[in-house]
Design a protein around this ligand. Structure first.
Ligand SMILES: *Cc1c(COP(=O)(O)O)cnc(C)c1O
Length: 391
């Protein structure tokens, strides 16, 4: 059973109508979907008559494998199924535990439950919003089978400590890299440390509308995932396992290929925007701008500030005032992932004490950082945040 994801909230990535009382500029959206340059490839697929999984999917897989620096990429139909399939391929038993972040999109948790495993949560760090290696160590039990860090907002978790920790305890490493295509840790790409799981949802840095990708260096795992994706079928009607239909379509893959080809430019535009925001906002008392930690490249899926408890406004007040002023913003995420009634009595959810994640859920606000922002829009964002803070 899957709790509703709330993804029918289309306002996440569409420009809302101008709010009454807004100044004479139109809304600056938190995300813009720009896939117009995919038209020739999409039309090619439409005209070819072969629209399901085929050569466009293969092209997208090759592009992902190259970016993740691994030999294998397996396309699937969304980021959640990338996580589910990666866990299913490990043949987890009931009671097997996955240690993950409490500060993530709900898909991370839902995937663990879907795979029949138990989720345990290690608190995050305040400087990267990702799982804290010390907290992870404290959550490892003799039932722990998988470590699943989430590379949140476009920056990897501390893989320099997490990868050795997983190895030392004999844990599988599954990276929720949904927000981190192109990010690196000490030169190694997200998705190359373990099994990498990416999302190609409409709001992600690279999108196919809906879509997902799994990356791995493990030949046997890649083979198993390909069979699992296709009803457990290697050749037609030859079933090797109870599988599923996790396939992506050529129509969707065609949308993503041009973005993969210009990924460096897209990430660079996000980086430039993030730098402009930090330059304009870093000195505001009560506001903490996001850090890029040494050795990591950030691909800025989100630019997320913290509104301190000592600030002149609360996070929610800042969000409301920015919306009034036509500045798109988003709260990712308003609560820690397990803190909902639907998970309260679920034996697969081991709630824990996560003070840093709880604090960040109260203080975090994401501002627009997408590649389509103009210099004028960046200035408008900065000026409005400063005004609200009286800075
Ligand atoms: C988007 C996202 C997912 C799920 O991806 P879908 O393609 O929407 O299924 C999983 N984890 C995180 C952290 C995400 O941001």
């Amino acid at each position: 059973m899957w709790p509703a994801s709330g993804r029918d909230d289309q306002s996440l990535y569409r420009t809302p109508p101008t709010v009454s009382g807004a100044k004479d500029f139109s809304m600056i959206p938190i995300t813009v979907v720009d896939v117009a340059d995919a038209e020739p490839l999409v039309v090619e697929v439409l005209r070819s008559g072969s629209i399901a999984q085929g050569r466009m999917v293969k092209r997208l897989e090759d592009a992902f494998a190259a970016v993740a620096g691994v030999p294998h990429a397996i396309a699937v139909n969304n980021g959640t199924t990338a996580l589910v399939a990666s866990l299913q391929a490990l043949d987890l038993k009931p009671g097997d535990e996955v240690v993950t972040s409490p500060f993530t999109f709900v898909a991370t948790l839902n995937a663990i439950l879907e795979a029949g495993a138990t989720a345990r949560f290690a608190d995050i760090r305040l400087d990267d919003f990702c799982i804290d290696p010390d907290a992870v160590a404290a959550q490892i039990t003799d039932r722990t089978k998988v470590l699943m860090p989430v590379h949140l907002y476009g920056q990897t978790a501390d893989m320099g400590r997490l990868a050795p920790l997983a190895a030392e305890h004999g844990l599988h490493l599954v990276e929720d890299a949904a927000q981190a295509v192109g990010a690196t840790f000490e030169g190694k790409p997200a998705g190359s440390f373990g099994t990498g799981c990416f999302s190609l949802y409409a709001t992600k840095n690279v999108t196919t509308a809906e879509g997902g990708m799994i990356t791995t260096s493990d030949d046997a795992l890649a083979d198993k995932l390909r069979v699992l994706r296709n009803q457990g079928m290697r050749a037609r009607y030859q079933y090797e396992m109870a599988g599923h239909n996790y396939r992506l379509t050529d129509l969707h893959a065609a949308v993503g290929i041009p973005q993969m080809e210009k990924l460096d430019q897209l990430s660079e535009a996000r980086r430039r925007n993030a730098e402009a925001l930090t330059k304009g906002l870093a000195d505001i008392a009560g506001l903490t701008t996001p850090s890029v930690l040494p050795g990591r490249t950030h691909v800025w899926h989100q630019y997320t500030v913290l509104v301190g408890d000592d600030a002149p406004v609360t996070r929610d007040e800042l969000a409301a005032k920015l919306t009034e002023r036509g500045i798109g913003n988003g709260i990712y995420y308003p609560k820690v992932v397990f803190d909902y009634d639907c998970y309260r009595d679920n034996p697969g959810v081991v709630a824990g004490d996560v003070p840093v994640a709880t604090r960040v859920a109260r203080q975090a606000l994401s501002l627009p950082v997408h590649p389509k922002l103009t210099d004028a829009e960046l200035e408008t964002i900065v000026a409005n945040v400063r005004e609200v803070f009286g800075a």
